[in-house]
Design a binder for this molecule. Sequence first.
Ligand SMILES: [Zn+2]
Length: 412
Amino acid sequence: MSLKLVSRFFVIFALFAMFFPFMPAHALEVKDVRFGIHEDKTRIVLDMDQAADFQSFVLSDPYRLVVDLPRFTWSVKNFTANDEAGILAVRQGALKPGVSRIVFDLSRSMSIRSAFVLPAKGQKGDRLVIDIARIGVDEFKQFKGQIHGNLDINNPPNNAGQSYSNKSKSKANAAVKNDYKPLVVIDPGHGGVDPGAVGKEAGLLEKDVVLKLALSLRDALVKSGRYRVKMTRSTDVFISLRGRVKFARDAGADLFVSIHADSIGNKKVRGASVYTLSEKASDKQTAALAARENKADLIAGIDLSVEDQDVVNILVDLARRDTMNQSKFFAGKLATVLPKEGVRTLEHTHRYAGFAVLKAPDIPSVLVEAGFMSNKNEARMLNTETYRNKVVSGLKRGINAYFDQVQKNQRE
Ligand SMILES: [Zn+2]
């Protein structure tokens, strides 16, 4: 080959590399589809040649399960309908450039319990696991539009393996090895220029009480060896509500716990309570509480015009990503375990309202009111280490119960 020809080849190669910089070594391959029938669920396992991001959701009229993956080749040989599993048929093909879709026809109304990637281990290759379970037709409406997984089909990857996000990868790998330490972000409310509620006990401020609670909780969680912990503040400083949410998202939190001890008009109201985000407050008292908490930035003199966000959009996003159900599940756990540790709780312990600090679309988040500073007895109790330790034990127990369930869902 003459030198001229070699250089021409080189130019062609260079041009090719310039226009197709991320040509995949090979596209994703779906090798097999298997079903596991359990008493309470059907497990669908897609055997793949590499781990990849996905998204999955259910549809009605007729009932279907949809799984989107980066463009794949389908090498499934024998697919047989499985009536017991509730699966009538399967179709697959290109959806749009870079994205392929699998559709399972379901024989009845079913919802996705959990969906996750299990990286190759031993004899087993990379797998996508989707657990579906039978639910009532009315119940189905709750799950409609809820998306599992984080494949962005509007911005699909050029290369499935490359796309499989680092966060997904490290979490999935660690889940298999069972050594992933979830990151809990603890958010002591108020601080600095914003004192929060002023207690019915001389000189007692919410910002100080919640910081003490948060620091003890941090120590208890770290000591357990099961978690990584970050604090939005560990000193007496002011942080905006949006700054707290951003902190948790930037840190890649798995759980966000905001700790407060507020005051309310009715001085008789006492007991710990747990809140999750909702457009409509569960009751007037809770609406007033959320309005008060959301004033933190106003109190600190922050320009609120840039902080305004559309709550409805956020709620839609929360529901789509399943974060809302996880937050509710965690709040329910807390409501159950707090009294077991000797913490007095408000009736209907788990309540809902539009708290600005609970708006991370991808992190299960709750706000805990450890008690009401407006109640004389409770303010006095919150000022003692003995009572604060009970609150901390309850919170830790709830966090353990939450992650027990998360890890159970991820095990095969
Ligand atoms: Zn507060």
